[in-house]
Design a protein around this ligand. Structure first.
Ligand SMILES: *[C@@H]1O[C@H](CO)[C@@H](O)[C@H](O)[C@H]1NC(C)=O
Ligand SMILES: *[C@@H]1O[C@H](CO)[C@@H](O)[C@H](O)[C@H]1NC(C)=O
Ligand SMILES: *[C@@H]1O[C@H](CO)[C@@H](O)[C@H](O)[C@H]1NC(C)=O
Ligand SMILES: *[C@@H]1O[C@H](CO)[C@@H](O)[C@H](O)[C@H]1NC(C)=O
Ligand SMILES: *[C@@H]1O[C@H](CO)[C@@H](O)[C@H](O)[C@H]1NC(C)=O
Ligand SMILES: *[C@@H]1O[C@H](CO)[C@@H](O)[C@H](O)[C@H]1NC(C)=O
Ligand SMILES: *[C@@H]1O[C@H](CO)[C@@H](O)[C@H](O)[C@H]1NC(C)=O
Ligand SMILES: *[C@@H]1O[C@H](CO)[C@@H](O)[C@H](O)[C@H]1NC(C)=O
Length: 440
């Protein structure tokens, strides 16, 4: 058999396998399993951006009235609605704000005035906790003891006046040198937009968009469409198309868009809202081209898993799927739903026959350990290496689940795209099979 026909056989086999796996495994994670994933998230989230990401995740799953993705008008209720108060589901959320604000003066060596919420080599990551602190202030969690408002203002002023910038005004992701990371889009602009909405400061809302626009100008690759990970600065660049970073960028843009849309500024900033929607689509259309038959992205999406330093990464896969459900709900963008559904279903798939819809455990899951850790995952503290027990990976699974759940409640709109695609695949597969039988 020639190499060429061996290659053909393999690709036919792969597409048939792909077909069977989409057909056979329409499995969902249960609420109990999502709580197990959440428990691992709570244990693992210690770094600034991990806490910030966890705080948003708590809202998206358990306190949706305070998530920008809900239909709550912003600013949100100052009095916590009774169903949330009675169940105390926001306690872990407020605990994050309380710990950060109680510790910050000591950890920042008694700095007064502009300062990050936590010390960190990253100028941007601590700001991911800013919204949590703003909500603690707004809902009166201070008990006359903690100055949440002052802590949020110091964080804002630090970003605007102390962190170095590019000549055209992009705020650096790092403290020690001007360097732009695509992660920034999740850490800073959503805070600027939320602060602007809470304090009715239009300039800050505009600035959240402006920062995204600047970052996209630097990091987006015209040919690939995806965003590069880290540029500028004298060391530590990463020009690769890091999958998680593209997910951070898409998710951050959706949060800013949602914040504007749920606020008094919804009818202004029209062009900005349109741009943000287009820029999310741009990431989806360029990155989903690289999803192979495993339905899992590689750590650098355009590189094969065999490339040196590359491997499959379920964390970015979950985050990107979450953004596809959000884009469907918010923007009627349905093209990539079949891909997100395949990824979600692959991640949720187990080979055990007896899994009930009540279970909270993970027996025989390819993509979860028995304790509920997502796998395989990039090491979130060393982005070029495979790791284990990733806090952000746990958060992305919960975010994917929360967004999927809302998409189902909303009538699974655009699921027909998925059906059509499956059908197309089936017909293509059969036709290809028939041709091969004739040729070989
Ligand atoms: C998964 O959830 C979807 C949406 O609720 C439902 O239609 C489907 O039947 C569920 N699949 C399984 C195996 O429970
Ligand atoms: C959501 O609430 C459940 C309890 O109802 C809890 O077990 C789980 O940890 C919470 N999830 C998150 C992300 O906080
Ligand atoms: C705050 O400080 C306490 C006591 O040192 C520590 O246990 C906790 O992890 C800190 N939390 C944060 C978020 O800094
Ligand atoms: C606080 O001071 C200690 C001891 O001088 C130093 O190691 C640490 O880096 C300082 N932290 C900050 C955030 O400046
Ligand atoms: C903090 O909360 C108070 C009381 O709700 C509110 O008046 C103030 O605007 C809030 N500050 C910020 C920065 O959101
Ligand atoms: C908006 O916020 C910026 C940054 O804190 C501040 O300089 C400006 O005075 C604020 N504008 C208004 C109208 O409050
Ligand atoms: C599990 O399935 C049973 C039978 O289909 C149903 O009665 C029950 O409500 C389901 N439980 C959950 C938590 O979805
Ligand atoms: C099921 O999946 C687990 C995890 O990937 C694996 O260890 C186990 O061997 C599989 N069992 C069967 C029967 O395929």
């Amino acid at each position: 058999m020639s190499n060429r026909s061996a290659g053909w056989r393999r690709s036919v086999l792969l597409s048939i396998c792909g077909l069977l796996s989409t057909a056979a495994s329409a499995q969902n994670l249960t609420n109990g399993q999502i709580n197990t994933v959440s428990a691992r998230l709570a244990e693992a989230a210690l770094q600034s951006w991990e806490l910030g990401t966890r705080s948003q995740t708590i809202l998206e799953l358990n306190a949706t009235a305070y998530s920008v993705f809900s239909n709550t008008f912003l600013p949100p209720p100052e009095v916590i609605p009774s169903e949330l108060a009675n169940d105390n589901v926001m306690a872990p959320f407020f605990s994050i704000a309380r710990q950060i604000v109680s510790n910050r003066t000591r950890l920042n060596n008694n700095t007064v005035g502009p300062q990050p919420l936590m010390p960190d080599g990253s100028a941007a990551d601590p700001a991911s906790n800013g919204i949590c602190v703003l909500i603690a202030n707004w809902t009166g969690q201070d008990a006359g003891e903690l100055d949440y408002e002052g802590a949020a203002r110091d964080q804002l002023d630090y970003l605007l006046t102390r962190v170095p910038k590019t000549g055209d005004g992009a705020i650096s992701h790092r403290e020690s040198q001007v360097q732009l990371w695509n992660d920034f889009v999740y850490m800073v602009p959503p805070f600027l937009a939320y602060y602007g909405v809470m304090t009715r400061n239009r300039t800050l809302v505009a600035e959240s968009y402006n920062q995204i626009k600047l970052y996209r100008n630097y990091l987006r690759d015209d040919r690939q469409g995806m965003w590069q990970h880290i540029l500028l600065g004298s060391s530590g660049n990463d020009p690769g198309f890091w999958s998680t970073g593209n997910g951070w960028a898409a998710a951050g843009m959706l949060r800013v868009l949602a914040t504007i849309r749920q606020s008094e500024y919804a009818n202004t900033f029209r062009n900005e809202q349109r741009d943000l929607g287009n820029w999310v689509r741009e990431i989806h259309s360029s990155i989903y081209r690289h999803l192979d038959e495993t339905n899992i992205f590689t750590n650098y999406a355009d590189q094969p898993p065999t490339a040196s330093g590359n491997f499959y990464d379920a964390a970015s896969t979950a985050l990107l799927a979450a953004t596809v459900y959000r884009a469907a709900l918010m923007l009627d963008q349905y093209t990539y739903l079949p891909y997100a559904e395949r990824s979600r279903s692959t991640l949720s798939n187990s080979n055990s026959t007896s899994s009930s819809n009540e279970t909270s455990t993970f027996d025989n899951y390819e993509h979860f350990t028995s304790d509920g850790w997502l796998r395989p995952v990039v090491n979130p503290h060393s982005y070029g290496q495979e790791g284990s027990e990733s806090a952000e990976g746990q958060a992305f699974v919960v975010q994917m689940h929360a967004a999927w759940r809302e998409w189902v409640q909303d009538g699974s709109k655009g699921a027909n795209t998925a059906m059509n695609l499956k059908l197309k695949k089936l017909i293509m597969g059969l036709a290809l099979g028939a041709v091969l039988v004739l040729v070989l």
